[in-house]
Design a protein around this ligand. Structure first.
Ligand code: HEC
Ligand code: HEC
Ligand code: HEC
Length: 123
């Protein structure tokens, strides 16, 4: 599939980060690390996330379970005023790559594109 080929190209580009060309630049994520290594995430996140997969497929090498809510929690960028930007907005983490690869997951018709506001000590 063309999408698979593109995924391979994206992975190689990721390995040689300086090979800029016209590949998307991704907004920086929150947290120290992803649920799996970036290379694994680039390759396997569609299978890790899709509905109706059995648990073994929804887990990565280390057995981390993929949660779409958690992807969004770490990968939604913020405006300078601290408001979350939807992950599927143009140029945002999920969307920049998907636009490049011409994939249009329908997930966000139902799933939230920004983290749920969490109750926090006033700040
Ligand atoms: C028609 C509505 C709908 C669509 C479209 C949809 N989902 Fe879901 N999804 C749900 C519901 C309802 C749940 C169960 C409630 C929950 O756990 O948030 C769920 C749960 C999940 C979960 C487990 C809970 C979590 O947050 O991790 C994952 C993972 C998930 N969906 C991924 C996806 C992905 C990936 C897509 C797109 C390919 C997608 N969904 C499209 C309705 C939808
Ligand atoms: C605890 C926070 C956290 C969670 C949860 C998380 N990520 Fe990540 N993710 C990161 C960090 C940190 C990186 C490393 C790159 C960076 O610093 O921006 C990363 C990297 C990635 C990459 C590789 C990006 C690249 O440079 O090519 C992909 C793809 C990815 N994540 C997708 C996902 C998906 C899909 C989910 C949900 C299943 C998810 N992430 C959950 C924090 C997270
Ligand atoms: C490094 C580039 C990249 C990033 C970042 C990325 N994706 Fe993807 N994603 C792809 C590619 C390429 C495909 C198509 C792969 C295929 O179909 O085999 C894809 C496919 C998907 C699919 C399956 C679509 C379908 O219709 O079956 C889902 C779900 C998905 N991505 C969710 C996410 C989410 C959620 C994020 C943000 C947290 C994200 N992706 C970030 C490159 C990326």
């Amino acid at each position: 599939m063309l999408a698979r080929l593109l995924l391979g190209v994206l992975m190689m580009a990721g390995a040689a980060a300086s090979f800029a060309a016209d590949l998307p630049t991704l907004p920086k994520a929150k947290g120290e690390a992803c649920i799996e290594a970036s290379a694994t995430m680039r390759r396997d996140h569609p299978d890790m996330l899709r509905h109706q997969r059995d648990d073994t497929l929804r887990q990565g090498i280390r057995g981390a379970k993929a949660s779409l809510k958690e992807c969004v929690a770490c990968h939604a960028a913020e405006t300078t005023e601290g408001r979350a930007i939807p992950v599927n907005d143009p140029g945002q983490f999920c969307q920049s790559c998907h636009a490049y690869a011409a994939v249009k997951p329908d997930c966000f018709e139902c799933h939230a594109t920004t983290p749920k506001p969490v109750k926090e000590a006033s700040r």
